[in-house]
Design a protein around this ligand. Structure first.
Ligand SMILES: O=c1ccn([C@@H]2O[C@H](COP(=O)(O)OP(=O)(O)O[C@H]3O[C@H](CO)[C@@H](O)[C@H](O)[C@H]3O)[C@@H](O)[C@H]2O)c(=O)[nH]1
Ligand SMILES: [Mn+2]
Length: 849
């Protein structure tokens, strides 16, 4: 089935915009004129006390302006005189007083690691030589992958869009009062109305419809990969509700513009300028209407079911009487005064593509390529951005922010995509499973920003359409570009649209939709279109057959020499949900790490492809594709504590004390470097620590599983499965918002991590027992070794704390229980050991434990 339908047209009277209504939330701008007024939580009782919050404080303490990054061509004086295109973003680099010590420490650690490995190889002396050899190989691997990880961080860059400048030059300056901002095609992907709740998908759509961007310059597409009637009907209801929601947002400068998140806020955040009592009236009306809208969405499954039943029952009878459900009153828009508000809506399109058993539909990448093609026929905007359905626009200026980078005179023309960080809002306050991933989103991404640019992260990333098509950046672009059907497929209108896109033209009005056009659209969205010997999924569009279509697609684009930019805003541009259930989270990690390995064994291997890739950027991509291998050596070390269960003392490396000193230095340096890194990245110690902990848990579960998948792939021929991350929570029947976090499903990949946890508990108990039984007779040296060994056990336990909590299920609501539970377990094991020992000594003295 494929049925592109225009659900809501961009029409409506163009009201003259009130200048006052055009300045919402300039968090990154310089307007400063708006105070944020928080109307105390009203819940229908009218606005109480009015508090005025001060301006938002920036957290940029460790960053300074980077003057070198400014192009001499466009000095500030030029800009003011208007003789040059304006600069639309500023660059910051890390303060010298932080950056230099950071670099020095990295060099120190590099030296320490070399000395350590040299020392180990020289002293090849161990109780178990194979183990020694394996662990030396492990240390060399750790050193190599650390280098790949650390090297790119020598010069992080932070960029701040200048929204006010963009507005001045693209909206306000125009003689006819219109805007000259380029067009954007926006796509929301969804694949399953059950595991991806319809309400959140519709909130995403609403946040797009209400975004602050000229309505006639963007189009919103819903890519429904499930082909579910419910999503189509929900979208129609959403279009209806948006006629109220969107002008309301514009009138009162409401933020965020996803109603679910907006109404969840404690107070009514109000930044508009009409008197607050008028606002309260409007707010209450819209809130009531939103509640009704939600009820309508909730009853959809039942209504559709009933309607189908009626239809099926009547199908045999002569006249089917399908019900469309109760007739609803519409939003009652007229209840509000939108006199001086722009009430127009952008074009909204529902697309569902044909899937058939005889064609591979290529999951998300296939869905996005289909959207690229159909949007080319309908609107052909030069820019394209996609959202996962569980993400939404949190800052109405977000699209403008991304545009600052594309329209900047310095490197704008060579910029292929602008990625924003992924931020999540359903994560528990302690972020038990490291869902926020701040070390990655803020540490690694700022680092890449100083190189060729951040990687594409799958959602909230705005592309230049041409870069997605596989066209080279202007510097290397030939004069004549081949637009042929071998590459793009057989649709003539589509081929023409590519030529138009090359000239960066945009058709503002959607074309006449007749039968022929409908047939063309049906053809370009179907999966069979890709299959006819075209380049889609390889050199054109999003890449197929790799579970992390995002990383690899970004890789191909960087390899052609394009740049990318990382766009951060004071108020998060976008927000989404993350899996807070450990099993779901680990499945996601399998997909990511398995996808990474797939890239390594594909034509996109960063060692051999991507000819215009910056050298260090190449190191980053190499690291991205091989990091799961590290888990093999971590597994090896993680089973060390089990040695306590053996009667003899086994030393992995002799002299042991010297070895431990070395290990301690090398590990401590990582944390000292981390302490400086979290400062410039602006993340907390907890973020850092959670990241370490989660890496350990994944290294003992998801990463080895992904490796196993890769090993059996040549046999089974199956890649890593794109299993849609379940967003459904059990929270609805439960008062606890984080109920889902306590529901861990036992799956085979959890076996190694469970065994390591269990053997650590046993080992510590046995170690205590041995100390009681033999401790007195041990020479001091051995006692020292024992103490160091125990330290390692304790560290391992600390790393596995989140997993231990997951095992505890609901009991983990009070994590302190672990502090009681564990010592009790140790003592029990110790007592058992002492008893068994005593019994054996008495009756079977030849068995030593
Ligand atoms: O056949 C499919 C499968 C998935 N999707 C969509 O893909 C998106 C991402 O899927 P999800 O299960 O939510 O994956 P996550 O693990 O949350 O996604 C992360 O990882 C993916 C790569 O593995 C990236 O594409 C995502 O952007 C990134 O947020 C969702 O909108 C899905 O509806 C489709 O459209 N068609
Ligand atoms: Mn997701």
């Amino acid at each position: 089935m494929s049925s592109p339908v225009l659900a809501a047209g961009g029409g409506g009277a163009a009201c003259e915009e009130d200048a006052n209504l055009r300045e919402p939330l300039l968090a990154n701008g310089d307007s400063g004129a708006l105070a944020t007024v928080v109307v105390a939580n009203a819940h229908g009782s009218g606005g109480g006390g009015v508090k005025v919050k001060g301006a938002v404080k920036t957290k940029d303490g460790y960053w300074v302006d980077d003057v070198h990054k400014l192009d001499a061509r466009s000095s500030a004086a030029d800009l003011e005189s208007g003789s040059e295109r304006p600069l639309l973003f500023s660059n910051k680099k890390v303060k010298a007083s932080l950056l230099y010590p950071y670099r020095v420490l990295i060099v120190i650690r590099l030296v320490a690691v070399f000395l350590f490995i040299g020392w180990r190889i020289k002293h090849h002396n161990s109780d178990v030589m194979w183990f020694w050899a394996a662990s030396v190989a492990g240390d060399i691997w750790f050193a190599f992958s650390w280098l790949l990880y650390q090297l790119p961080k020598y010069n992080p860059i932070k960029r701040t869009p200048d929204l006010a400048a963009l507005r001045r030059h693209n909206d306000d300056d125009q003689p006819d009062g219109g805007s000259i901002l380029p067009g954007i095609d926006i796509v929301v992907t969804t694949a399953d109305p059950v595991s991806e709740p319809v309400l959140y998908t519709m909130n995403c759509v609403l946040s797009i419809l209400a975004v602050d961007y000229p309505v006639d310059r963007y189009t919103c597409y819903l890519a429904d990969d499930s082909g579910a009637l419910i999503l189509y009907e929900a979208l129609v209801k959403t279009a209806d509700f948006s006629a109220l929601w969107v002008p309301f947002c514009r009138k009162h400068s409401v933020e965020p513009r996803a109603p679910e998140s907006y109404f969840e806020k404690e107070g009514m955040i109000y930044t508009g300028r009409s008197p607050s009592d008028l606002f309260v009236k409007d707010y209450q009306h819209v809130r009531r209407e939103y509640e009704k809208f939600k009820v309508r969405l909730e009853t959809l499954p039942r209504i559709i079911q009933e309607r189908s039943d009626v239809y099926n029952n009547c199908a045999r009878a002569s006249e089917p009487k399908a019900s469309t459900g109760p007739k609803e009153a519409s939003n009652n828009v007229t209840a509000l005064n939108f006199d001086r508000v722009d009430a127009r809506l952008p074009m909204l399109v529902y697309v569902s593509r044909e899937k058939s058993p005889s064609y591979e539909h290529n999951k998300k990448a296939g869905a996005l390529n289909a959207q690229l093609r159909i949007s080319a026929l309908l609107s052909n905007a030069p820019f394209f951005i996609n959202f996962d359905c569980d993400h939404y626009i949190n800052n109405s200026q977000a699209l403008r922010a991304a545009m600052c980078f594309f329209l900047d005179p310095r490197e704008g023309g060579s910029t292929a995509f602008v990625q924003s960080p992924q931020r999540f809002e359903n994560v528990d306050p302690t972020d038990r499973y490291g869902n926020h991933n701040r070390v990655f989103f803020d540490g690694v991404m700022y680092a890449l920003n100083g190189l060729q640019g951040p990687t594409y992260l799958g959602t909230g990333c705005m592309f230049r359409r041409l870069a997605l098509y596989g066209v080279d950046p202007p510097r290397w672009r030939p004069d004549e570009i081949m637009v042929d059907s071998n590459r793009f497929g057989n649709s003539m209108p589509f081929l023409n649209s590519v030529l138009a896109a090359l000239k960066q033209e945009r058709r503002i009005a959607p074309p006449e939709i007749d039968e022929a056009f409908r047939a063309e659209m049906t053809m370009v969205v179907s999966s069979s279109y890709d299959d006819q010997g075209t380049d889609w999924g390889r050199g054109t569009g999003y890449i197929y057959n790799i579970a992390t279509e995002d990383i690899v697609t970004g890789y191909r684009i960087h390899g052609q020499g394009w740049l990318s930019m990382y766009c951060t805003m004071e108020v998060d541009a976008f927000r989404g949900t993350a899996p807070i259930n450990l099993t779901e989270r680990l499945y996601q990690i399998i997909r990511w790490s398995g996808g990474s390995l797939e890239v390594f064994f594909s034509p996109y291997n960063p060692l051999f492809s991507g000819r215009r890739l910056h050298l260090i950027q190449r190191a980053v991509y190499l690291n991205f594709t091989i990091y799961p291998v590290t888990s093999l050596f971590i597994l090896l070390y993680a089973f060390c504590p089990a040695m306590w269960l053996i009667p003899d003392e086994i030393l992995i490396q002799k002299p042991f004390t010297r070895y431990v000193v070395y290990v301690t230095i090398v590990v401590a340096l990582i944390h000292i470097i981390g302490a400086l890194e979290i400062k410039w990245a602006g993340v907390t110690w907890r973020d850092w620590w959670r990241n370490e902990q989660f890496f350990m848990t994944a290294s003992l579960s998801a990463y080895p599983t992904a490796l196993l998948h890769m090993v059996v792939k040549p046999l089974t021929g199956k890649g890593i499965h794109f299993r849609v991350t379940s967003k459904q929570t059990t929270a609805e029947e439960d008062d606890d918002k984080y109920a889902d976090m306590y529901e861990m499903r036992w799956v085979p990949m959890l076996i190694p991590v469970a065994v390591v946890l269990f053997s650590n508990v046993m080992a510590i108990g046995v170690a205590m027992g041995k100390t009681v039984v033999y401790g007195g007779s041990w020479p001091p040296e051995r006692r020292g070794h024992a103490a160091l060994g125990l330290l390692f056990n304790v560290w391992m336990m600390a790393m596995l704390q989140p997993f231990a909590l997951a095992v505890m299920g609901r009991w983990s609501k009070r994590p302190a229980i672990l502090l009681v539970l564990l010592p009790v377990a140790f003592v029990v094991v110790m007592l058992v050991y002492i008893c068994v020992h005593a019994i054996l000594i008495k009756f079977l003295p030849f068995i030593v434990i």
